[in-house]
Design a protein around this ligand. Structure first.
Ligand code: NAD
Length: 341
């Protein structure tokens, strides 16, 4: 395929928008629907949460969907397109015509997203899947599904949020100046007005604190999470996290995983970031100079903007791969995201 043909398959998105589904309709799922609203190249047609799903081939209406979810607890109550179901994901896959899904689901337990990928494989559905998973061990489970995804005709892009995702990709790009990479240091600042808007994100972050793991964080009641946040003044300080940026950069051939470190500060009571999110890539040039590239996100950009934007950029890139018959598993560090108009 030559460059014009690749551009051609990219431009074909102008003619018929990619039909997109969002699985999980909490903080990120709702933001994802809002991000898609002004887009011409993508049309949001499907959503699922743990109590139901909604599908409209002509497009779902975002304000109505969010209002229904917030007042009644599920998009399954949307009239006339919603359905209540305790098995919403397999039912939606069977009912809907969707080209690609963004999986904005909690990965609780740590095996949940891999089990969702297996449901897609078992259903016979073909298309593009994108997740924003964070843990190394979770991405490794997805890597184990590479050949099954390929045989099923699914192009799966994993680790495509902010970190891992945008910052991992920035590190892969920054690495090109060097002959050897010494250290990739990711530091994130997240500010959200209240933790209830992003329950899974906060529980998964608590799982990185000393004395906690995924299972203890998952088992915490909302009151227990609230009590923990009361003790810390709403702040979570995280260091040396098990974050898949490490395995993704190792797989992309950039550096060994032990040279990648991730930490950050989350303020659950203030939408302003407590610190600027950045990635610092230190290496040695071919001339023997040691230097550091720093890529810093604008403080005004929210977690939701920095996760959902890249997720759909990778979804668009995944559609281009899928149209060329390229299936299997890819990470955010090995594919360049495309910009969705
Ligand atoms: P949330 O708790 O706000 O919402 C989760 C949604 O998933 C809810 O709508 C819930 O009903 C739905 N759900 C739960 N179980 C389900 C099931 N079995 N079937 C169908 N739907 C189900 O979650 P959130 O805070 O938006 O986080 C979503 C994910 O995004 C988390 O795993 C988080 O770690 C990840 N995340 C990644 C990054 C990144 O940079 N990579 C950043 C932030 C969050």
């Amino acid at each position: 395929m030559n460059a014009d043909q690749i551009r051609g398959s990219n431009n074909s998105l102008e003619i018929s928008p990619v039909r997109v589904g969002v699985l999980g309709f909490g903080g990120l799922g709702q933001a994802a629907a809002r991000v898609l609203t002004p887009k011409r190249q993508m049309l949001w047609v499907a959503a699922a949460d743990h109590q139901g799903y909604a599908y409209n081939s002509q497009g779902l209406e975002v304000d109505n969907a969010i209002a229904t979810y917030n007042s009644q607890g599920s998009v399954g109550y949307l009239q006339p397109t919603g359905r209540l179901s305790s098995n919403s994901i397999p039912e939606l896959i069977a009912a809907a015509s969707v080209d690609g899904y963004f999986l904005a689901l909690p990965n609780l337990p740590n095996t949940f997203m891999a089990s969702v990928a297996r449901q897609f494989i078992a259903s016979g559905w073909k298309g593009v899947l994108v997740d924003a998973m964070k843990r190394t061990s979770a991405v490794e489970q997805m890597l184990a599904l590479t050949s099954e995804l390929k045989d099923a005709g699914i192009t799966y892009l994993t680790g495509c949020g902010a970190t891992p995702g945008l910052l991992t990709a920035a590190a892969a790009l920054a690495a090109q100046s060097y002959a050897e990479i010494h250290h990739v240091k990711i530091t994130f600042g997240v500010g959200i007005a209240n933790w209830e808007a992003y329950r899974a994100t906060i529980r998964e972050d608590i799982a990185h604190l000393p004395g906690y793991d995924v299972e203890t964080a998952r088992a915490m009641s909302d009151a227990e999470v609230q009590a923990l946040l009361d003790r810390t003044g709403g702040i979570l300080e995280l260091e040396n996290m098990e974050h898949a940026d490490d395995v993704m950069l190792e797989l992309a051939g950039i550096c060994d995983r032990d040279r990648v470190t991730v930490g950050g500060i989350v303020d659950t009571r203030n939408p302003q970031k407590p610190i600027s999110t950045n990635v610092r890539v230190t290496g040695r040039t071919f001339e023997g100079k040691i230097s550091t590239h720093t890529f810093t996100l604008g403080d005004e950009t929210s977690m939701a903007a920095n996760v959902c934007g890249p997720a759909f950029g990778y979804l668009k890139a995944g559609i281009a791969l899928h149209q060329r018959g390229i299936c299997g598993l890819f990470t955010a560090a090995e594919v360049m995201p495309q910009f969705v108009r």
